[in-house]
Write a protein that binds this ligand. Structure first.
Ligand SMILES: [Zn+2]
Length: 496
């Protein structure tokens, strides 16, 4: 028994543990900064791949009925006892192995993992267990009636996205994909939404406060968001600050606003509260609210001509929300929001209600094309962005729209020539995304210095792309199949 264990250890685990022990004892002080960054990356990649190997071991343990042989009964309890795992940890590992592992059917043949692209990315060491969990959480919510191709496309997008982003970024792109997979509401339709709508203002307590809870429809949200963005902006309508600009603060200069924002210690929940309070002051109505960051304080809806023709899909708002198309069209009839309709190439066909604002027109076109902060991974919606000149004026950059993109204040500040600075470039006509602004991360984030575009505000385009890839792959499979058939039919001397 002893010798069998020793052989197994030598064959399987000894080299791994020996490398780890060696690495553990390697002094790090002699390494350069670049070598430390490189080592961090390699260790992370190995940890991620090891998680995928963990799935294989869990599948193998289950196939061999080790839980029942050891009297633990379930795989989870087997892991908890053997590895001394917490209940939560063991549950998470079993869930991960269930969706990412290669299991076997009744005949013993391998079955493709439920989330194949995610499993492949983890096996490559490109994504962590955290990434995989976020992806699985999104995929769990894909409606059952979704076609197989759409399901695969959605998972592929999320896995590709995860390879270049943080796990924190996945839920948001997941929401956008779900909104597109379920535009007419297989999960929820307009009737469901109307049934769920409601705001409950609870009984006022002894301390004078009242609890509020409820669910609002996409339409109310689309109307509310721009108002809250303006009236709840950091620094304004702040009851804790006697010098805070109030109401429509359009005439207040930038420095005063910036100084007020600096003093503002409110939470975003408090700012939303104060925005609603300001909205209900006499004489304030959304139409009289003027502009916010150069844009009218009213709902901006962006939709594609395909979606209008089909009367299905979702319209995107400048505040980063989505409104199902039928409701967006109703909203457009009733309250005349700024409405932008785009053709297949993203060229504006219709620019509604463009009175008075000449520069706003350019800004609106930018919003429609870019939709939000253009730095890869950033989810700031257009309403929180300023115009960024890709080639700065001082360096001879033109002021036309081809040289402009949207960037939120935080990302805008990341573009500089110093150490750790990001760069931006406009992609040429031969690129996959001509005319789009791509960002180049500093070398410690991306040693390959690859210009990357932000897909977070363009999940529809990603979905189309992934579907095209899947169809192309199927076509390739069919071709291989045909060639293989032809070879079989040809008489061959070698084969015999
Ligand atoms: Zn940003």
């Amino acid at each position: 028994m002893r010798s069998v264990t020793d052989t197994l250890q030598q064959r399987v685990t000894y080299p791994l543990l020996a490398s780890v022990a060696e690495l553990h004892e390697t002094p790090l002080t002699g390494l350069t900064d670049d070598e430390i960054v490189h080592a961090l990356r390699e260790v992370e990649q190995a940890t991620r791949t090891l998680a995928a190997i963990g799935h294989r071991l869990i599948v193998e343990a289950s196939d061999r009925s080790l839980p029942s042989h050891t009297g633990t009964g379930t795989v989870k309890k087997f892991l908890m006892q053997t590895l001394r795992l917490s209940n939560a940890d063991a549950t998470a590992r079993v869930a991960a192995a269930t969706s990412l592992g290669v299991w076997h059917d009744m005949g013993g043949d391998p079955v493709e993992p439920r989330l194949p692209a995610t499993a492949a990315a983890q096996a490559d060491g490109a994504i962590s267990a955290d990434h995989a969990r976020s992806i699985a959480a999104v995929m769990k919510r894909v409606p059952g009636s979704t076609s197989d191709a759409d399901f695969r496309a959605a998972e592929q997008i999320l896995a590709d996205f995860a390879r270049a982003s943080s796990p924190d970024d996945i839920p948001r792109i997941g929401e956008a994909i779900l909104a597109r997979l379920d535009p007419d509401g297989h999960l929820t339709d307009e009737r469901d939404r109307q049934r769920m709508r409601g705001i409950t203002i609870g009984r006022q307590r002894a301390d004078g406060m009242s609890p509020v809870r409820g669910e609002i429809t996409p339409t109310l949200r689309a109307l509310l968001d721009p108002v809250v963005a303006k009236l709840g902006r950091p620094g304004v309508n702040n009851p804790e600050d006697p010098d805070s600009p109030c109401g429509d603060y359009e005439s207040v200069d930038r420095d005063t606003l910036a100084a007020a924002a600096q003093r503002d210690a409110r939470t975003s929940a408090q700012r939303t509260h104060d925005a609603l309070l300001a909205l209900l002051q006499p004489g304030v109505a959304p139409d009289a609210l003027g502009r916010h960051r150069g844009l009218p304080v009213s709902t901006i809806l962006t939709m594609s001509v395909t979606e209008v023709e089909k009367a299905a899909g979702v319209a995107t708002t400048a505040t980063g929300g989505t409104v199902p198309l039928p409701e967006a069209l109703k909203l457009a009839e009733r309250s005349q929001p700024f409405l932008m309709v785009f053709n297949h190439d993203g060229v504006p066909l219709h620019l509604g209600k463009t009175k008075r604002l000449a520069t706003a027109e350019q800004r609106m076109a930018l919003i429609a094309a870019v939709r939000g902060c253009s730095r890869p991974g950033c989810d700031a919606p257009a309403s929180l962005c300023a115009i960024h000149h890709v080639t700065e004026w001082g360096k001879g950059g033109p002021t036309d729209i081809g040289n402009e993109t949207l960037a939120c204040d935080r990302c805008h500040a990341m573009v500089h020539d110093g150490p750790g600075g990001w760069k931006t470039v406009v992609l040429g006509p031969d690129s996959k995304y001509p005319g789009r602004t791509a960002w180049i991360a500093p070398p410690h984030i991306d040693p390959s210095q690859t210009p990357t575009v932000n897909h977070r505000h363009h999940s529809g385009e990603l979905l189309a792309e992934a579907l095209a890839r899947i169809h192309a792959r199927k076509e390739l499979d069919r071709q291989h199949h045909r060639e293989w058939l032809r070879e079989l039919q040809q008489p061959s001397g070698d084969a015999a």
